[in-house]
Design a protein around this ligand. Sequence first.
Ligand code: PMP
Length: 361
Amino acid sequence: MSRVYNFSAGPAVLPTPVLAQARDELLEWDGAGASVLEISHRGREFMGIAESAERDLRDLLDIPPAYKVLFLQGGATLQFAMVPLNLLGDKHTIDVVNTGHWSKKAIAEARRFAEVNVCASSEDTNFTTVPALSEWRLDAEAAYVHYTPNETIGGVEFPWIPETGAKPLVADMSSTLLSRPLDVSRFGVIYAGAQKNVGPAGLTIVIVRDDLLGHTAPNAPSLFDYQKQADNGSMMNTAPTFSWYMAGLVFAWLKQQGGLATMAEVNQRKANKLYACIDESGGFYRNPVEPSCRSWMNVPFTLADASLDSEFLQQAGRADLVALKGHRSVGGMRASIYNAMPEAGVDALVGFMREFQRRYG
Ligand code: PMP
């Protein structure tokens, strides 16, 4: 068996010990006489798996008791709709911050249900910065404020949590959740598609403050109702059992690593090494993002000579460094370096980039 270093943005690398454990348990889960893939989501065995996954996630993020944790489907994209359906109540307007590709997706979907006030935007810097809080123009009547703490494509990350007073703050944390400790109490809703830092695709984590439950639009599908999902332990219908199980293994692995404070140290070091390689290349490689808001998880970069892109990707592939092609909307390269990317993978990438520059620079 040989595993490459996989820099995919998602579905993304999973910890090798987690995959090995899943393999070892695949035919028979812990005395159940059947695979975890084959057992009822309502049975004693799976309920145990579900509960320990939630407990470990609560431990890792230190989630206050007044928050529900939901394990849903539909990806972060469905949350672009579920958040307004659940939080608008009798209001009509929401505030949304635009920091790039995923903010725009969230805005477009929310417009189906609400008046969207784009309260701040970094479009004037081509989304290479985050807008200073002093520039945000919140609508007093807006039901909540939505932002994207980490833009997976642009590689722009907020180094601070916005203060929005009494107005609930909603965050699409798809590509940053679990990368570091987080003060959950600052948020009304946090959501994330699992397929980056949490586990396989097919699962969506939603963390929602209790007082925001119970205001769902009356004609919303029942499955979209946070309150109903919470009342039913996220099992109104058949749950995404395998993804939930795998997420539980990832949470246990994170605790074994020392939790999120340890992950933050390692993640910052990994990101610093990669950005240093880019910045010290004298323009051979370039990352356009303002240094204070560079993402720890997604590092886009371009070559000064774009005609070398395919050579770079081919040679990287031969060195077992894969999935480095940038998103089709921006081109160039992108290295996603989530929790499960070992520091040795970043060292190997940096070594490769320096050698590539020596030969072609
Ligand atoms: N938001 C962000 C920040 C993302 O990175 C992604 C996926 N790349 C999405 C939303 C969409 O997620 P999903 O595919 O789970 O709907």
